[in-house]
Design a protein around this ligand. Sequence first.
Ligand code: MN
Ligand code: MN
Ligand code: MN
Length: 329
Amino acid sequence: MKLEYIWIDGYSTLRSKTRCVESCDTDAILKLTWNYDGSSTNQSSGKDSEVLLKPVYITKDPFRTKNDYLVLCEAFLPDGMPAKCNYRSKAKDIFDKYTELKPMYGIEQEFFISKHSKPIGILGSQMPDPQKDYYCGVGGDNAIGRHYVEEALDNCLKAGLSITGMNAEVAPSQWEIQLCSIGIEAADQLILLRYIVNRTFEKYGLTMDLSPKPLKGDWNGSGCHVNFSTERMRDEECYDNIMKCITHLGSKHKESIKMYGDNKERLTGEHETSSFDIFSWGIADRSASVRIPRDTVKNKKGYFEDRRPSSNMDPYLVTSSLLKFIHKV
Ligand code: MN
Ligand code: MN
Ligand code: MN
């Protein structure tokens, strides 16, 4: 069988390589550590270049046969420390500590379809009309590259990711795919979503562009909103508690924003974004840092949406810090 080992490199982008082994079950795969040359991934020096790969999460491989797997790994240095940009190790400690809260994350990954770092919806040097009918748009002038995203979506589903939806976004060739899961699995799945979408696009010489502001000027950037709840928020009427969590999160805004990806150019207060420097919240308010859905107000329970994370955020930092900041409230 073929195992595709996937990891995060020292630039927070993804790498993978193939290992062929005799057939074995998934428990055995989780024990199959491997390694790679960290000097080529900005994670070690050439002198002591071996970085260890430790499998942590496995799904079916939608690009190969039904016997093949994608193997998400954590990267470790020879001394046992997490390699550069491996934020999963620390996140895992936080998740293990607060397992009983059953934190749920609905993550909305926005991205552009790009070729040579340029969104394919931009033809030549001519910029199309800003904010036309791209959002949830239909027709060749609006929904640019739909067939690539459809194929990527199918591949995510074939792999078994907990996908919840997909839509065309507000800029030409900008799209969004959403997933929802509990605990660290949500972050693991988001990494695999990014991998699968990018692998699907690769076939066409295209790239999943996660940069938060690929088009300068009067255009929306890409975000990665995170909808958050604990089991209590979902099951009990506890609106006061939800509000306390949001207020407390606001007091940690400076700390959070550092972990939320490249946001300087994106969080301008324009185009349904909030301020980079100042925390805000609002009911059904898409210009706030945190949005409380109307249903959550009405039912006194549910979830809230953190709209601050950018498209290139690290999901381990974002999901674990949300849990860390609200666990006491
Ligand atoms: Mn959305
Ligand atoms: Mn969106
Ligand atoms: Mn959203």
